[in-house]
Design a protein around this ligand. Structure first.
Ligand code: UDP
Length: 254
């Protein structure tokens, strides 16, 4: 981890300078945080699993024409991504009431929503990621109206595609968070999906039992957290050989 220049360290990932200009290496840690950093812990093997899960989901999305920053996985914990200018907005898509939506409106967890609901949060640890409206986003210049239109259209496509994909392996996509970035290519700018898609930022419930197979197991101290992430990877058919405990560090895979 000392070979490359560290560009940024977040709660669950580290970004390093990539091998070529315009690329970054995204390193997945086992660290977990919740409630804006108030709860901290380590989920052994999480980084390895999230690297695989996000690689898989980003690759499938790319195949259906959703542009993403993902280029390729480098090893157990690292992936090569395109350097983008991150838009400081978290886009949350919800299909079923849970988490902050249930709390805010007093809707019992598990209530199906009449239609998919999109929410925006301004990325700011100091401000505790406040919920914002389209008006705030465009008035404060965090994203242009056209950027926002693209983000919404992409988020809905991701929701449709991933809802079906997860349903096929017996999982309900309750809600998830996406981040987007601006990718500059020959003077042209495109909005692309960035960050990661994993049980750290999706709620995934077993269709039959409603068992939670995501970060809520950590947030709510439900136990068997790593097993839940492993189960998601297993159902996707991508459980790393050697298991998630094979965390000896970067080992380049062809
Ligand atoms: N989420 C996330 N990062 C955040 C906040 C939320 O990835 O900083 C995800 C979360 O995992 C869930 C969805 O966004 O899948 C909706 O989260 P919610 O607003 O209910 O907040 P929470 O209950 O997680 O605080």
């Amino acid at each position: 981890m000392t070979r490359r220049r560290r560009i940024y360290e977040g709660k669950a990932k580290v970004l390093f300078e990539g091998p070529e200009p315009g690329t970054l290496v995204q390193y997945f840690k086992d660290d977990a945080t919740a409630f804006n950093n108030q709860k901290k812990g380590v989920i052994t093997g999480k980084g390895v699993l999230n690297n695989r899960i996000s690689e898989y989901l980003m690759s499938r999305l790319s195949e259906i024409g959703v542009p993403t920053h993902f280029m390729r996985r480098l090893n157990m914990r690292e992936q090569l991504v395109r350097e983008v200018e991150i838009i400081p907005i978290e886009v949350v898509v919800r299909n079923v009431a849970a988490g902050s939506l249930s709390q805010r409106f007093g809707i019992p967890e598990g209530t199906p929503l009449p239609r998919s609901i999109i929410e925006y949060y301004y990325k700011s640890d100091e401000l505790n990621d406040p919920m914002v409206s389209e008006e705030h986003i465009t008035a404060f210049g965090w994203a242009a109206p056209q950027d926002l239109d693209d983000m919404v259209a992409l988020s809905l496509r991701v929701n449709d595609y991933l809802s079906g994909l997860f349903l096929g392996i017996g999982l309900k996509l309750v809600d998830f968070k996406l981040e987007f970035g601006r990718l500059w290519e020959n003077e042209e700018m495109r909005i692309v999906l960035a960050d990661e898609i994993s049980p750290d930022n999706c709620r995934l419930w077993d269709v039959k039992t409603n068992e939670k197979l995501d970060k809520d197991r950590f947030r709510q101290d439900l136990g068997r957290v790593e097993e839940a992430y492993q189960e998601v990877a297993r159902r996707l058919g991508i459980l790393p050989e050697g298991g998630p405990s094979d965390v000896k560090g970067p080992k380049t895979i062809q």
